[in-house]
Design a protein around this ligand. Structure first.
Ligand code: FBP
Length: 555
């Protein structure tokens, strides 16, 4: 790391994250609740996780006496970056060292692949101190490998045993926490002493349920994008000549787009889950956008802001079907396709293999999007962050407006569109105070779960809309959050992704207000994240979390 650091980084290194009361004292204990079960597929899940199924919820309490012997613990960052990851590691380190200064913490390098390959580094106070309250995962880096195949599980076990690890903390999203459960069960079955604890991470905000109120990183990422969107709203109002189409990261769920809409009140926000629920087609989406553009032009406003979630393509029924058909073709013929001479040969071949409607949908897309749709990541997902949906919408809206104008309609419209994508910009921002505190507390909680000797749990911290004094820390058994879903044609246990619910308070609030945000300018300008200052400016939770917890919010 460079020896020259910014003034803000210097100041943030000295920030002391807030901890829940129960985690602050010298001695802590755990309380076990009643046995748990997943909401569905109980028998299948029990059969797959006979040893870790049904474990009780854990609450961490002040004043207990968890074992204080020296431990060896590993930590790994998995998947996409999310602000606050370094604070999870710092919280873990501080809690372990507070319990016993001889405990040692090891960071596996470049994600779960580091556990499989046995690549790690001991994390000392000197290393940790340089990363406190900073964004990014660069302390030990991340990766998207999955610990899943029998050979990978066996390699992990061999490495964990060789290192003599008592615990492994996996910081990741729904897939990585599912993997943590698979590894926990496997290690227990094999008689390996390493217990596995997950920590809920993802800027997408889709790892949440009754026990996990938010995934870390969502707060900071959404605020970073909201600042930029607010700035663009102000620019649009000043220049009065551009329509900005902004795509926002979030592989599947639209939580990021919804939160940004709630923070900034732009003219149009598409919510994928609503589009899917109502079976809205791409043509209908375009018509809806054009209508607002025409109405604003009639009111003398040839400018505006539209937010589109990254995950949208997979929520439009005909595109979703087409992507599924492509996945099936890729499953058996990827090599043949890659061997074809060029793009047009690939398109020709695919059009002959896809169903009629899917072939038409695929054929209608721009060449660069057609190519991205042929890629898959290690989890079998289309890399949607590379699909320029905002540009596709701009093209389709422009075509529609031209058509209307050729019929003498929409004459007041002057449409000058600009496209933006806000994604990677938000994933490594300095964590907001909320994320800095939340992550540090999660790390602290994970350490107590390792000390308590439990395995197959995700650390949780609840009561997040209250003062951090009142936050409650503990652990939720991963098996309790699992359900069975079809993955690569096979029923597979996975943590259910939390999508935007149309009957949730955040969506209802948005739906009740969006009409007035369309034609009028009701923009809100949140400005940059503030790290020092009054709590109302620096420590507030997201609007999504506030509404979910019944806190009153003003439009
Ligand atoms: P995680 O689910 O691993 O946290 O990653 C989320 C995400 O940031 C998505 O929003 C985005 O689609 C994806 O990662 C991008 O992946 P990559 O970092 O591999 O380009």
């Amino acid at each position: 790391m460079s020896s020259h650091i910014s003034a803000l980084q210097q100041a943030r290194l000295g920030y002391t994250p807030k901890l829940p009361k129960a985690l602050r004292g010298g001695s802590v204990g755990v309380e076990f609740g009643a046995a748990t079960a997943p909401a569905s597929h109980q028998e299948e899940i029990q059969a797959l996780f006979p040893l870790t199924y049904g474990q009780p919820l854990v609450t961490i309490t002040a004043g207990g006496n968890l074992p204080a012997g020296p431990l060896k613990v590993g930590v790994v960052l998995s998947g996409g970056q999310a602000p606050g990851g370094h604070n999870v590691i710092a919280g873990l380190f501080d809690a372990l060292k507070a319990a016993n200064p001889d405990t040692r913490l090891y960071g596996f390098l470049k994600g779960p692949g580091g556990v499989i390959k046995g690549k790690y580094q001991e994390l000392t106070a000197e290393i940790i101190d340089a990363y406190r309250n900073t964004g990014g995962f660069n302390m030990i880096m991340s990766g998207r490998d999955k610990i899943e195949k029998p050979a990978d599980l066996a390699a992990c076990k061999a490495n964990l045993e060789a290192m003599g690890l008592d615990g492994l903390v996996i910081i990741g999203g729904d897939d990585s926490n599912t993997n943590a459960a698979v590894l926990a069960e496997y290690l227990q079955r094999e008689g390996c002493k390493t217990r596995v604890i997950g920590v809920p991470k993802t800027i997408d905000g889709d790892m949440k349920n009754d026990y996990i109120e938010a995934s870390f990183g969502f707060d900071t990422a959404a605020r970073t994008y909201a600042e930029l969107i607010g700035n663009i709203c102000r620019d649009a109002q000043s220049a009065v000549k551009y329509w900005h189409f902004v795509r926002l990261m979030g592989r599947a769920a639209s939580h990021v787009a919804l939160e940004c809409a709630l923070q900034t009140q732009p003219n149009i926000t598409l919510i994928s889950e609503e589009i899917q629920a109502k079976g809205i087609t791409l043509g209908e989406i375009v018509d809806g956008i054009v209508q607002i553009i025409v109405d604003r032009a009639a009111a003398g406003r040839n400018y505006g802001i539209l937010l589109v979630p990254e995950g949208l393509p997979e929520f439009i029924s005909d595109i979703k079907t087409m992507i599924e058909e492509l996945s099936t073709i890729l499953g058996t013929e990827e090599e043949y396709l890659r061997g074809l001479a060029d793009h047009s040969e690939r398109v020709q071949y695919l059009e002959s293999q896809l169903g009629d409607h899917s072939a038409r949908v695929y054929g209608s897309l721009p060449a660069d999007i057609q190519e991205v749709l042929l890629r898959r990541d290690s989890h079998g997902n289309v890399p949607l962050s590379q699909v320029e949906t905002e540009r596709l919408l701009i093209d389709l809206v422009s075509d529609k407006l031209r058509l209307l104008q050729s019929h003498g309609q929409a004459e007041a419209v002057k449409f000058s569109p600009l496209g933006h994508f806000f994604g990677y910009e938000g994933r490594c921002a300095y964590p907001s105070n909320f994320d800095a505190d939340y992550c540090y507390s999660l790390g602290y909680a994970a350490a107590q779960l390792v000390r308590a000797g439990v395995t197959g749990y995700t650390a949780n911290v609840r009561n997040l809309t209250r003062n951090s004094d009142e936050w409650l820390a503990g652990g939720v058994p991963v098996t309790m959050m699992l359900n069975m879903e079809m993955r690569k044609g096979k029923p597979t246990p996975v943590i259910k992704k939390a999508l935007v619910e149309l009957d949730s308070e955040p969506f209802k609030f948005f739906a009740a207000n969006r009409e007035s945000w369309g034609v009028e300018d009701a923009y809100i300008f949140p400005g940059p994240i503030q790290y020092f200052g009054p709590a109302a400016v620096c420590d507030a939770p997201t609007v999504t979390l506030a509404l979910e917890k019944g806190v009153k919010v003003q439009a």
